[in-house]
Design a protein around this ligand. Sequence first.
Ligand code: GLN
Length: 490
Amino acid sequence: MSICWNQYPGRAFLHNQWPRKSMRLSPYSPNPSTHHEMFLSSFSTFSPSLRLPVAVFKCIRSSFKTTLSFSSARACAAMASLSTVSTDKEADQELKYKEQAVSPQPQVAKRLEKFKTTIFTQMSNLAIKHGAINLGQGFPNFDGPDFVKDAAIQAIIAGNNQYARGYGVPVLNAAIAERFRKDSGIEVDPEKEVTITSGCTEAIAATILGLINPGDEVILFAPFYDSYEATLSMAGAKIKSITLCPPDFAVPLDVLNSVVTKETRAILINTPHNPTGKMLTKNELEFIANLSIENDVLVFTDEVYDKLAFAAEHISIASIPGMFERTVTMNSLGKTFSLTGWKIGWAIAPSHLTWGLRQAHAFLTFATSTPMQWAASVALRAPESYYEELRRDYNAKKAILVDGLKEVGFIVYPSSGTYFVVVDHTPFGFPDDISFCEHLIKEVGVVAIPTSVFYLNPEEGKNLVRFTFCKDEGTLKAAVERMKEKLKRK
Ligand code: GLN
């Protein structure tokens, strides 16, 4: 059990090392001299969007070499090309300048320097590259329901194609309010208390950027979804992280009690929890609620897996007496309707908090896709049987993966909700999650997510990896077979 503050020095390195093909370095002993090289390699391997600008830059540079001033290295290179080369040393120096000039340094603001490419993108790219079965990034490899796709097509044909109202198409605001009333018992005003965003990720960003000031203290539970830390960093928040430990990932209430003070501005929770599958218990939620009320703290709650609650009833913290007034509840369409690419999300909050998050939303995306919002309103009016069937299907998938992982020899931790399961890989003898995942991709042909990226201190996650079961049964069985055949206990 530990508490961490942000600015852990090893983390940026960890994010950088995946795309590197041949080099193996420990993420736990950063080596600054190779740091930049690895970062560049990650871009040249994985980012076609950067390759094009580099090519364009090279071309422009060759024609306007002396007039452009993209960086001081380039200016130096231009000067060097006019000077007379008299020694080997100078020739080497000139070569170095030229190399620097044709490979511009990737530029990023300090607040985002440590994050780089997300682990999900990196792992999905590696899955394609190595032909591995992707049980890493959480997206279904099957399609969403026809009645929702048909509704989107109809909305487009009907001409619902211009900007949506900034805070949402009215039918969707109403459908969300109705769904929330059924699920949590809370009556909300769809016009003043519901805001539609581009996925839950934007709801998180709008909430944090709209309600958190630089220097505000925000509490997170590690392991945490990667966008929380990045967005809090963009807002200039001071992050305090409380670690949830296996086997049950229970909230250490005494630690939480000592960490929440009058200085705390917000607590960010996620239930059911990605990556562990833990669902916060009623007792834990009430404890968080009491502390928040006592210390006048806001609660931001990410509930995107609420319809994938297997072992217990999902509880929205906003439904605890006294909590609605201080809570932003965030959710999305993607997981529940297997349409992660639609990016329809929302934030439900009392109007005094909605004010701040709408201010941020207005300048982040302004509005999100109009026809998809119409279709989302149809989706949310699905009969209860849709949700029951979803849970039944996922229970079957979960059993295939969990039983399979146990047979392979992992220590499998119980997952109560979400479509993820976290395991301890140490029976196979690898020193950390990164080296294990590397072996799993290259030698076994299966992709998992190393969890150390979800901690301020990566050491805390080095024994754990996450698998997803949002794939068809054939894919899950094939992945288990590969692991049974090729993974050997040490
Ligand atoms: N939520 C998805 C996961 O946890 C990933 C989404 C993303 O790639 N940003 O796997």
